[in-house]
Design a protein around this ligand. Structure first.
Ligand code: ADP
Length: 610
């Protein structure tokens, strides 16, 4: 019922926005090209008549438009291709072209919540009109005031305001509320969840209750050592201690809120040790629905404002006291009595920032990403604007297991690290598949076309309806041509076009090491079953940008640190937006532990900062 109301109000807002163009008023300037047009006057034509195409940068790649002009008029603007976010981007795709034609202007305001899409369309149209000989500056000077500017600013007051409704923001909201605070979460996308909801969702912590019955030895200290050394001793030891010591209590806290994890732990890609907990619900939906259930039950004290993009942290006398944002109905100001928490995630989807900070990889301009479109580093920029220090920005994590078409982790057929190998296009292994994510990805870049096949057998899929980590059955993947299945390795090799002798030799060598338990030529030590039980399966994978390990510097209380080493009062940060925890390389399974643990701490501290 409550959910229904929220969706209804969102729909109303969308309808309002659709009708906005109709309410726009044009304020022509003296340079207004449309208004200087007068067929009776012998003025030069504004355009060379014809049909033109142009391109502009959208949120996920280029937007291509077609523009038709007569001598003095833009008669049609059509979006030919785009990859904008459904929901938000849709509005820009319909309203901006209509506005350009209606007002004969390129000075149209961006649609709130779809700024990048709006600007991408305007850029594409400008590009097309340039070819038609238009005076672009004059067209931009025709200012079209949208209703947004005439609307009254929404002002709210609350104890804790949080930027971002991913894992860190939602956990902070729940813990802040449990500590007596009223909360508003600002979320720029039309839905909650961020990268958290589409993640593999593995959660690392030493957990004797689950590990001992599986015969796995583990300790908090071992988790600490692997995290610290796995990041080349670059992570902040104090923050790593907070992570490893609080990861299990936070998992218990999640369970107390109703979340369920499988009884057995496993080794996740790049996790180095079997301590990953797998939620019962697919992907990251378990975390998000657990928090959302709590929030729905307490919605008089916790409000989520969707389609509301935070733009600035408001400072007063050196203290963070609120957040400015742009909502679907116009500007929003939320004053925070106790604290502001930045939980806006990383910048894997911001190619400019990726290129600005990347040092470890060649060129990442064309590398795909596992991330959702909102991972654009806004939180980092807002923090810098109020003096925050950044740490480890150059440490960008790539995974070797992205979908070759989309970069997504979906379609990945691996189950546990122990029971699969990677081969290149020649059918040869090339790396320790139980190793670090950066080492595996670097090795993959050395292979032909930076391309690998995951190969495994029915130990992973005893039946065709067994699902991978992304809620896809192996039968579905095979049917869709995203995975291959065969009764023999020779047949599998033929299907995927690799040398059969090499593939058979690779599996025989792997099996010999499973039997001996000895490290192989690549240093692999993680083994479980021999790969000897058909059907065999193979799935194609490529490098993909996954996690930005650098970000806002925080202390163990999640307080933001400025460039002089001082705490910025009232300002907290948690999750992927922060830096300094994972060093050069984050262990698989440590992100969800980080996001939930530090989010929870940020919530407690911001609530109690009275
Ligand atoms: P984390 O795992 O650290 O919680 P996520 O990617 O899961 O990171 O979540 C971050 C959330 O922050 C996403 O839902 C994203 O859309 C949101 N976000 C990013 N920038 C802004 C912004 N400027 N205003 C509001 N929300 C934002």
């Amino acid at each position: 019922m409550k959910k229904g109301k929220r969706i209804l109000s969102l729909l109303l807002v969308l309808i309002m926005l659709f009708s906005m163009i109709g309410c726009q008023s044009t304020e022509p300037t003296s340079e207004d090209p449309a208004k200087t047009e007068d067929p009776s006057e012998e003025t030069d034509a504004l355009y060379t008549p014809g049909t033109y195409t142009g391109k502009g940068a959208g949120i996920n790649g280029d937007i291509e438009v077609e523009v038709i002009v007569t001598e003095n008029e833009i008669t049609d603007v059509k979006v030919l291709s785009h990859n904008e976010t459904p929901g938000v981007g849709d509005l820009a795709l319909s309203d901006i072209p209509a506005g350009i034609v209606e007002h004969q202007s390129l000075g149209i305001d961006a649609i709130a919540g779809a700024t990048v899409s709006s600007e991408g369309i305007l850029e594409a149209v400008a590009n097309a009109l340039e070819q038609a000989g238009a005076d672009i500056e004059a067209l931009k000077a025709v200012k079209v005031t949208t209703e947004k500017e005439t609307l009254v600013t929404t002002e709210k007051e609350v104890d804790v305001v949080i930027i971002g409704a991913g894992g860190a923001g939602l956990s902070a909201a729940v813990s802040a509320h449990q500590n007596g605070a009223s909360v508003i979460i600002l979320e720029k996308m039309p839905k909650v969840g961020g990268n958290t909801i589409i993640s593999g969702a593995a959660y690392n912590c030493a957990d004797p209750g689950r590990q001992v019955p599986q015969g796995i030895e583990d300790t908090i200290e071992k988790h600490y050592q692997q995290t610290y050394e796995g990041g080349d001793k670059v992570g902040n030891p104090d923050l790593i201690k907070v992570l490893v010591e609080n990861a299990y209590p936070t998992l218990e806290w999640l369970e107390s809120l109703g979340m369920e994890f499988n009884p057995e732990v496993f080794t996740v890609l790049g996790g180095l040790w079997p301590r990953a907990h797998k939620p019962v619900m697919p992907l990251g939906t378990g975390y998000v629905s657990t928090y959302m259930n709590y929030i729905e039950d307490n919605n008089s004290d916790i409000e989520i404002m969707l389609n509301t993009e935070a733009t600035n942290v408001i400072m007063e006398d050196g203290k963070a006291v609120g957040v400015k944002a742009e909502g679907p109905e116009g500007p929003v100001i939320v004053k925070a009595n106790n604290g502001v928490i930045i939980a806006a995630g990383g910048f894997s989807k911001n190619i400019e920032m990726r290129n600005e900070y990347n040092k470890a990889w060649a060129d990442l301009t064309n590398t795909l990403s596992t991330n959702h479109p909102g991972a654009t580093g806004d939180g980092i920029k807002m923090a810098v604007e109020v003096g925050a220090n950044l740490v480890g920005m150059e440490h960008i994590q790539l995974l070797p297991l992205g979908d070759p078409e989309t970069g997504s982790l979906a379609g990945n057929i691996e189950q546990a690290v122990e029971n699969r190998i990677f081969v290149n296009k020649d059918g040869n292994r090339f790396v320790d598949e139980g190793g670090r994510r950066d080492d595996m990805t670097k090795a993959l870049f050395e292979q032909k076309d930076a391309f690998l096949w995951i190969v495994l057998d029915s130990h992973n899929y005893p039946t065709g309806d067994v699902k991978n980590n992304f809620n896809e059955t192996i039968d579905e993947l095979v049917e869709a041509g995203r995975a291959y299945k065969a009764d023999t390795l020779e047949d599998l090799a033929e299907q995927i076009g690799v040398n059969a002798d090499n593939l058979v030799a690779a599996v025989e060598d792997f099996n010999a090491h499973v039997e001996s338990g000895e490290p192989d030529e690549f240093g692999r030590t993680l083994y479980q079953h021999k790969m000897d039980t058909p059907p065999y399966y193979a799935g194609p994978r490529m490098p993909t940008v996954h996690h930005t390990m650098g970000g806002i510097e925080i202390n163990t209380e999640t307080q933001v640190i400025d460039t002089s080493g001082n705490i910025i009062p009232g300002l907290y940060a948690a999750g992927e937006v922060t830096g300094g925890i994972h060093g050069t390389n984050r262990l698989g399974g440590n992100a969800l532990a980080d996001v939930n643990t530090f989010g929870r701490i940020a919530g407690i501290n911001a609530a109690n900062n009275k």
